[in-house]
Design a protein around this ligand. Structure first.
Ligand SMILES: [Fe+2]
Ligand SMILES: [Fe+2]
Length: 287
């Protein structure tokens, strides 16, 4: 099994590749190929040649949640390639896709400006766009769905770790009201390898520990590795420390963080976690 990080925030030493605030993985298994998220702009397509990824051979398109930095490349991908992958998204994906970020003007993240405002951070397509491309949509509404041999999708994560609170500035619009986004549209992919489960995270809005713990319990399997977005970018030091401590107790062999992890958390992982690496654009894992 081969997992290529086609695009994410950081670049590592591969200067010829594009990077951006977003995430996209390509997973090759003996039975199928999966595109998991598509980054922000569609630039992930530019990286595929150098990374020997053939997007004509995508069997499954899985989107972790309805944010622009994970789904922003969907249109360009489906307009560029004549492909009809089966799509897997949460049953809440379109229902909860009117997503916003409220900024008080002080934060400087990719999706914030210096004005206080609600900024749209959702998707730029709807169900009919996908259907017009002759793509079948599988709405994930079970705790665990088998996508193919050794590939599973998970949702509905238990909230065991109460310090993993949702960011109150992440909203969805319902009617005229902005409510805190419950992120029940988030789905996570896991591949079953000889070494154990490798968990691929989109943004981890429900909390990385809640996600990993739920998957471990639900499958009864050993978690070999975790890679992807951890959304620790807005977490305070106390929460980051607790997260690292709990992940260590889970005896995970590899932890490769990407995307929305943030400088602080990355530094703290580097200092406290031996099996840690930055899962940057162009990283290839063979398991
Ligand atoms: Fe994200
Ligand atoms: Fe997100």
């Amino acid at each position: 099994m081969k997992i290529t990080t086609i695009i994410e925030n950081s670049l590592g030493d591969k200067n010829e590749l594009y990077n951006e605030h977003g995430l996209s993985f390509f997973i090759e298994t003996p039975k199928c190929n999966i595109l998991f998220d598509t980054g922000k702009t569609g630039d992930f397509i530019e990286n595929t040649k150098d990374l020997h990824v053939d997007l004509n051979k995508v069997d499954y398109l899985v989107l972790s949640h309805a944010h622009y930095d994970h789904c922003g490349g969907v249109r360009r991908f489906l307009d560029t390639f004549n492909v009809h992958p089966e799509m897997y998204i949460s049953e809440k994906f379109f229902v909860n896709s009117d997503k916003y970020h409220y900024s008080d003007g002080n934060q400087k993240l990719d999706f914030t400006s210096s004005d206080s405002e609600y900024r749209y951070i959702g998707i730029d397509f709807d169900e009919s766009f996908i259907r017009d491309k002759k793509i079948d949509i599988n709405y994930v509404n079970n705790d665990m769905v088998k996508l193919s041999d050794n590939v599973y999708v998970f949702t509905n994560f238990e909230k065991k770790y109460d310090f993993e609170i949702s960011n109150p500035n992440m909203k969805i619009k319902q009617g005229e009201e902005y409510i805190i986004d419950p992120f029940d549209d988030e789905i996570v992919l896991a591949v079953d390898t000889k070494k154990g489960l490798l968990v691929l995270l989109g943004c981890s809005h429900p909390g990385i520990l809640n996600i990993v713990d739920t998957i471990a319990k639900r499958t009864g399997k050993n978690i070999y590795g975790v890679i992807g977005g951890t959304h620790l970018v807005e977490a305070n030091e106390q929460r980051i420390s607790k997260t690292i401590e709990c992940l260590k107790e889970m005896n995970i062999n590899i932890i490769g963080v990407s995307h929305c992890t943030g400088e602080n958390a990355t530094k703290m992982f580097e200092q406290n976690c031996e099996n840690f690496f930055v899962n940057c654009t162009g990283t290839v894992l063979e398991v």
